[in-house]
Structure formats: C-alpha cells, structure tokens
Ligand binder design. Structure first.
Ligand code: UDP
Ligand code: MG
Length: 321
C-alpha cells in the first residue's frame, strides 16, 4: 500500500475542523490502493483548535497533529507539515473546505499515472470576493509574471498533491521568507492544473485582510524578483538625461534671450521631486536588505510546542508486531 499524507494548516479553525475531517475522510476511504495520514498543523491558534485536534487524534488513528509555539503563518505551517509527512505522496489543503476534497481522486490519479509530478488546483473565477480585491489580485499576477522568471499562475490555490521527490525538493528550500506559489513553481517538475470554481468558506472567517494580502504580494515580488532593485538605476539614468537637456535649454535661453533664472517655486518642486525619488529608491534597497538580514540570521521557519496523534505507529511498535 502506498501512503498519502494530507497536510492541513489550521489557524483558528475550530468551527471548520469537524466538517473538514468528515468530508475528507469520506473521500479518502474510497481512494484505491492508498493509506492516508492526516497532518494537522495548529499554527498558534487562540481558539479551541488544538483541543479539537487532540480529540480527533484520540478517535482517528490516521490523524497526527503539530502545534506551533505561536502563529508563524500559513507558509510555515505548510513547511512543517511537509517536513513531517511520511507519505509517498503529499497533499496540502485548507481546513475551511475551500479546497474540495472531492478533487483528491483526480489529483492522485494524475500523479500516479506518472504523467506529472504534481497536480495542482486553480480556480477559474473569483466569485464571492470583493471586486476591488479581485482587481488587485489580477494586477499582482500580471506584475509579478512580468518581473520574475518564475511563473506564478493566476488563481492557483495552494491545494496540490505531489510526489515524494517534489516534496523533498521543496524541503530543500529552507528560506525564511517563504512564498509557496513561487516555490512550487521554482522547483520545477511537471505540474498538471485542475480547474475548479471558487468555493465559500465552510465556517469561521478568512484570516487575510486586504492589508495582509498586500504585504504578502510585496513579499512574493521580492522573494522572486530583483527587478525593483533595477528601478533605482533606471530612474537615476532617466533623470540624469532629463537634467542634461534642461541645462542645455537653460543655457541656450540665457544666451539668446537672457534672464534665465526665474523664481524659486519651480526649483522647490524639482528638489522635492528628486528627493522623493531618492527616498523611494533607498526604500526599495532597504526592503531587500531587511529580507537579506532575516535570511542571514538563519532562524528556524517554525517552532513546535507540542505534537501528537498517529496511534497506529505506537500500535505497530507495541502489540501488532
Ligand atoms: N492559516 C494558517 N495560518 C495563518 C493564516 C491561515 O495556518 O496565519 C490557514 C487557515 O487555517 C486555512 C488556510 O491557512 O486552513 C487558508 O486561510 P484562509 O481560509 O483564512 O485564507 P483564504 O482562503 O481566505 O485565502
Ligand atoms: Mg479559506
């Protein structure tokens, strides 16, 4: 029998967990030829998520859980899950049922057939999302794909199933500023896209405010592109050229008509404009420097406080063998 590890990052998902497990296990029971292990990663939840996981693991032998010492973010939770996965295949899915478990058989078939190393889900619409957010999201994908060589697919969810080989490749990328959509694509391998329509959250609420998403988008751009760093040089060159023409213009005007130096307001505007651009460019530099600083510290991506579950293993060690 092959083993499929299903990794589920959970942050305050108490309300959704029961429904998730019920629907996912109903689907997994019908998967031919694979055993399934669930790895729930409690990302420092402040509600009853951990208790719910303990209770679930006490009841279901296929369930294991990891619990972080604080909220490290979904990226860290996915990484921890992948690191603890023992399966021949690993799947990552959200706890809120926005990633329909019913797609699992299709994903597994695709990867097992050998035609691809990874089957990933992409949503083809953004129904139920504020139009402004969709617009920003679309602009983000356009921008990042223009700026980065790594292809970031619009509408790609983190929901995907991959081979052991690809999982190991992802685990080798131990960077601290993680942007999974980029990492999945950067490691390469053949990916098959399965399309689905947008599903609403089963319970609880989204942890992503508009501002958080914006920061995530900027992190993504910085993790997979150094193009912003070039902005400073290009802008500087352009301004030099402009000022050269302006100087020529002023000199010629002085020689031909005389009285070239009028007024300081125009001067102040120019100074403010240039100072603004300089600060903007220094800011970009600072952002990259900050990211580099964090990477150089080599801090762990997550810290575990507790883990448990997976009784089947104890039993193997104990009475079954
Ligand atoms: N999540 C997490 N840590 C966080 C935020 C979210 O582990 O800091 C998990 C969350 O529990 C869920 C998944 O990531 O399983 C997706 O989060 P959410 O549904 O809030 O995002 P959305 O679907 O709205 O993009
Ligand atoms: Mg969600």
């Amino acid at each position: 029998m092959e083993l499929l590890s299903i990794i589920v990052p959970c942050y305050n998902e108490e309300a959704a967990l029961g429904a998730f497990y019920e629907r996912a296990s109903a689907v997994c029971a019908r998967l031919p030829g694979v055993d399934v292990e669930y790895i729930f990663v409690d990302d420092g939840s402040t509600d009853g998520t951990l208790d719910a996981l303990r209770e679930l693991a006490g009841r279901e032998r296929a369930v294991r859980w990891l619990s972080f010492s604080r909220n490290f973010g979904k990226e860290a939770a996915m990484f921890a899950g992948l690191e603890h996965a023992k399966g021949d295949y690993a799947a990552v899915m959200d706890a809120d049922l926005q990633d329909p478990p019913e797609l699992l058989p299709e994903l597994l078939d695709a990867v097992r057939g050998g035609a691809c190393d990874c089957a990933a889900v992409r949503r083809v619409d953004r129904k139920g999302e504020p139009p402004i957010r969709s617009w920003f999201a679309r602009q983000f994908y356009k921008l990042i794909n223009r700026m980065s060589k790594t292809e970031i697919v619009d509408g790609a969810r983190d929901y995907r199933l991959m081979t052991r080989q690809m999982t190991d490749a992802i685990l080798r990328l131990r960077e601290y500023n993680r942007f999974s959509k980029g990492i999945f694509s950067w490691v390469g391998f053949r990916t098959k896209w399965v399309e689905t329509v947008n599903a609403q959250r089963a319970a609880g609420e989204s942890k992503w405010s508009f501002f958080k998403l914006l920061v995530y988008a900027l992190d993504g751009i910085m993790a997979f592109s150094t193009a912003p760093l070039a902005v400073a040089s290009v802008l500087g060159l352009a301004l030099c050229a402009l000022s050269f023409f302006a100087i020529v213009f002023v000199i010629v005007r002085q020689l031909v008509w005389g009285g070239s130096a009028f007024g300081w307001p125009s001067l102040v505007c120019i100074i403010l404009f240039l100072a603004g651009i300089q600060l903007f460019c220094v800011g970009i530099l600072g952002q990259y420097l900050a990211k580099t600083y964090l990477e150089v510290k080599r801090r762990p991506i997550y810290i575990l406080r507790e883990q448990g579950g997976g009784r089947s293993e104890d039993e193997k060690d104990g009475k079954e063998l």
